[in-house]
Design a protein around this ligand. Structure first.
Ligand code: SF4
Length: 237
């Protein structure tokens, strides 16, 4: 699975110059993960990440080229949760190094299983609202959580732990960005990731292989390996 490699390389390059902190994954330093989503009232919030109309972005990319995601780590670009004083722009990007999963159908199913984590981690005092349509993520952070020492390191560890429960996941890089110009651009990247994932679903649905009349042509023209995947799949049928 190398369809997202260009996006992963590009993202890694862009964050390299603005990284403020990195931490290796530490399973013993997770923030408490609840059974289900909790409601944090506005009156109890310290601030919202991606709130007050600030830009936000959320996307997940997988690759079998594990050199691109060499280890489990958490990266922060911008201020940490204890340093923020109000609503800011926000992005969470997840890069997953995965096993060679098999054919396209198996890969697609595996991607969906990995994406499940995106919506099913519920850190205490950290209410996540993801919009799959706009690829944005808003997080309401409770004042009590800030006073108890919530941090991106701990939240990141909680996410990495959840991803590593999937046996196909070899390495996880979680990138948090707060109050960065790059976040607007990353929202466009997130839309591109959605386009690729949607194109993959359509290809697996077995639609006709007439590129000249296909609505997905712009995506397939840009993403290396997409056309080969569809045409190769057609031959196998
Ligand atoms: S390979 Fe051609 S037909 Fe298949 S999805 Fe891409 S553009 Fe459409």
């Amino acid at each position: 699975m190398e369809l997202f490699n260009t996006i992963i390389k590009d993202t890694n390059e862009k964050i390299a110059g603005i990284t403020t902190k990195t931490w290796d994954y530490d399973a013993t330093d997770c923030w408490k993960n609840l059974e289900r989503s909790e409601l944090i009232m506005q009156s109890d919030q310290a601030f919202e990440l991606g709130g007050s109309g600030n830009p936000s972005a959320n996307f997940t990319c997988v690759t079998t080229t594990t050199d691109l995601v060499p280890k489990d780590e958490i990266i922060l670009c911008g201020k940490d949760l204890n340093e923020l004083r109000g609503d800011v722009s926000f992005a969470r990007v997840v890069l997953l190094g995965v096993k060679d999963i098999g054919d396209e159908d198996a890969a697609h199913t595996a991607i969906q299983q990995m994406d499940f984590v995106r919506y099913h981690v519920y850190p205490d005092g950290y209410m996540v609202r993801v919009s799959a349509e706009s690829n944005q993520e808003r997080v309401r952070v409770a004042r009590e959580a800030v006073s108890k020492g919530i941090s991106f390191k701990k939240i990141g560890n909680t996410y990495v732990k959840a991803y590593k429960e999937n046996e196909n996941v070899l390495s996880v890089r979680i990138i948090f960005l707060t109050d960065q110009e790059l976040i607007r651009e990353l929202n466009k990247t997130a839309n591109k990731v959605s386009d690729i994932t949607n194109a993959l679903s359509h290809i697996l649905d077995g639609i006709d292989t007439d590129c000249a009349h296909c609505a997905l042509k712009p995506v397939c023209d840009e993403v290396e390996g997409m056309k080969e995947m569809h045409l190769g799949k057609k031959k196998k049928k």
